[in-house]
Write a protein that binds this ligand. Structure first.
Ligand code: KE4
Length: 430
């Protein structure tokens, strides 16, 4: 195919794909520019159709914790492909990855693979409703659990970024059973979960919110949530699609020492291929077909390529000291960003948990959806465009996170700090 620039490709894409993208946030609408089309990636580097090079902090929204085209992951997928890509039948590798997940997460006795985080959370909620015989799902304002109907109520990520109130196409009858309450608010949490009039099946939470930007749980919030849900046999679902194998090999549930009833996974466990998973107590998981009556299925669930990529990735994450090194790298980088912001007097709240972080352009501490919404999205958009120009690839939304991966070198981080200085200097001059 003849050489085509990103803008030529975008024009072509828009003719055959809605918005020219296969996921809304990629359209860069909230940061006031057109997307670049990526043609190649290796390690922490992305190349676009115009030949520009970027240091990647999006990491495909989380999966690429080992960086792009990691040789051991590529080799595992290539080898698997040579033996066939999908059989629609059980394979040994599904047991291998399932066993690794069960071993990593003590709260997970059984796990079912699906093909996306959305499928994982959608299935976990259906399972919780089936297991309890109850209807109401409690979520938190600004948290995003994928695009299943029940979740598109005050959701985060693209829904928040694009300012879509919820979503047309989701009937009132569906969303009336979804109750969204403020994140990090123990008073409202207690009043809601103790309200006997509410027929609550489950609470689903991002143990670290990553879809209104990075918002850590306040000390004690998750433990309070665990205690209140246990009181009434409400199923507690940790949506660890971002935090799973990201905050540590045991995810957020190990990091905060809180044990949910069900866990949803995605992103990292697929090593860049389409995988989601939901798992938890055998007592609950045994309600899933074919053992139980709650139905869930998938043509490509557990397919050999995705399993091979996931197994190779988790093996690399088991390397002794991996997360300590990632934490040190992320902490050092965050400290340097804070210094730069202080130098230019730009109001920035840098929220970080492990290798997940967000720089909110606001002077107000960001602890929930309401405070996140005070961030200056225009200033973020200018910063985004300037950093892109400077060869740094950030999330095209103030309400997403940046990821530190094993692949970013000190040189890459130095460049990112230098470009941040350059961008902030331009911001204060405007
Ligand atoms: P997917 O269906 O996109 O694989 O996963 C949905 C999902 C579920 N739970 C959490 C906590 C998530 O963050 C996500 C998806 N994350 C977004 C970005 N924050 C994916 C990017 C996109 O939508 O293009």
């Amino acid at each position: 195919m003849a050489f085509q620039t990103s803008s030529e490709l975008f024009e072509k894409a828009k003719k055959v794909i809605p918005g020219g993208v296969n996921s809304p946030v990629r359209a860069c609408r909230s940061v006031g520019c057109d997307p670049v089309f990526i043609t190649k990636a290796a390690g922490a580097t992305l190349w676009d159709a115009d030949g520009n090079e970027y240091v990647d902090f999006v990491c495909s929204w989380g999966p690429m914790i080992m960086g792009h085209a990691h040789p051991e992951i590529v080799e595992a997928v290539t080898r698997a492909a040579a033996s066939g890509t999908s059989f629609g039948a059980p394979t040994p590798t599904e047991i291998d990855l399932a066993s690794m997940v069960v071993e990593a997460l003590p709260s997970v006795e059984k796990v079912r693979f699906v093909n996306s985080g959305t499928e994982a959370t959608m299935s976990a909620v259906r399972l919780a409703r089936g297991f309890t015989g109850k209807k109401v799902v409690v979520k938190f304002d600004g948290c995003y659990h994928g695009h299943a109907d029940s979740f598109l109520v005050k959701a985060g990520s693209g829904v928040l970024t694009l300012g879509i109130p919820g979503s047309p196409g989701v009937p009132e009858e569906i969303v009336k059973n979804t109750l969204s309450i403020p994140y990090n608010n123990e008073q409202v949490l207690e009043a809601t979960l103790r309200d006997e009039k509410l027929d609550i099946a489950c609470v689903i939470v991002e143990p670290v919110a990553g879809n209104m930007g990075c918002v850590p749980p306040k000390p004690g919030f998750l433990k309070k949530l665990r205690a209140l849900t246990a009181e009434r046999g409400i199923v507690l679902i940790f949506d660890e699609v971002i935090t799973g194998f990201r905050l540590g090999y045991g995810g957020a549930q190990q990091y905060y020492d809180v044990s949910p009833d069900l866990t949803c996974l995605g992103k990292i466990i697929g090593g860049g291929l389409p995988v989601g998973a939901y798992g938890g107590k055998a007592e609950i998981m045994n309600c899933i077909a074919p053992d139980g009556p709650v139905y869930q299925a998938g043509t490509l669930s557990g397919n050999p390529l995705a399993m091979a990529a996931g197994i190779a990735t988790l093996k690399l994450l088991q390397e002794p000291g991996f997360y300590d090194r990632l934490e040190a790298k992320a902490a050092g980088f965050a400290e340097r960003l804070n210094e730069v912001a202080g130098t230019f007097g730009i109001p920035v709240q840098l929220n970080r948990v492990g290798s997940i972080m967000t720089a909110f352009f606001t002077a107000v501490e960001v602890t929930d959806f309401t405070s996140a919404m005070l961030a200056d999205t225009e200033m973020y958009a200018r910063h985004y465009r300037q950093m892109l120009e400077g060869g740094i690839y950030l999330a095209p939304s103030q309400f997403e996170v940046a990821f530190i991966s094993a692949a970013q070198s000190e040189r890459d981080l130095d460049k990112a700090v230098k470009m941040t200085e350059w961008s902030f200097k331009k911001l204060v001059q405007m």
